[in-house]
Unconditional design. Sequence first.
Length: 282
Amino acid sequence: MRLIKLYYKQILIIACAIAVVVIFQAYQYQSWWRSDVSVWVFDVGQGDAIFIDAKTDVLVDGGPSSCVIEKLSQVLPFWDRSLDFIVNTHPHADHLAGLVDVLRRYQVGEVWTSGQVYETGVSGAFEGMSENIHKIVMVGSSIQLQEDVKLEVLWPNTSLEGKIFDDPNDGSIVLLLTCFNSRILLTGDLGSDQLEQIINYVGDIDVLKVGHHGSSASSSDKFLQAIDPEVAIISVGENDYGHPSQIVLDRLESEDAVIYRTDINGDMRVICSPDGYRIITY
């Protein structure tokens, strides 16, 4: 009898410990029980992986490797193995490779792409795994993530289904997240010429995910002056391309934008609420 009581006491202690961990994780990271929305910009090296943690969640790109799995496991409850939406802005491996691992591990509701064709081993694996849940999107496509929180496609301005680009960056999906009273622009790797075409219907931006890891080809003076970002986040790692360009850094500073970089600041979390937004670095 004494051994039985001891056994049940140990079980109770373990159960309580698990409950404390779950509650702590929910309090620290999750938005599923709150109205707040978190936009995580993960440090995945030279690549992009952005997770919008709302009542309907969205992973935008997956970085160059499986490290996105570890990042997601840190911000999602351990029991959660599902994602509502995945968006691949364009099929370069530094945005796409990690999504193959995500599709292997998570149950995904729907996958959005621009439809452009780019034949590589990684893109072939991604297309095969997402075939039954794949949707081609363009300007006008949108998702209502929760009340007062909407994700809209601003580019491409036409269907790119079956099209081949010399530079796949030119077909990048651009997303505008309107989150209560805050506006966050995710530009993929789209170049300056195309970005300047959306100026008239973007307006002022609170937080800009800087295009193409800070490449000088993606953030022109004209574009930055038009959107006037308060905060600029550059997703970048060690690279041989000179990213981020000092020219772009100077342009952002001239617009008085506060600059964050994943290679310096690590993972970033933009927390949006009806009162505004704030940024935490990890």
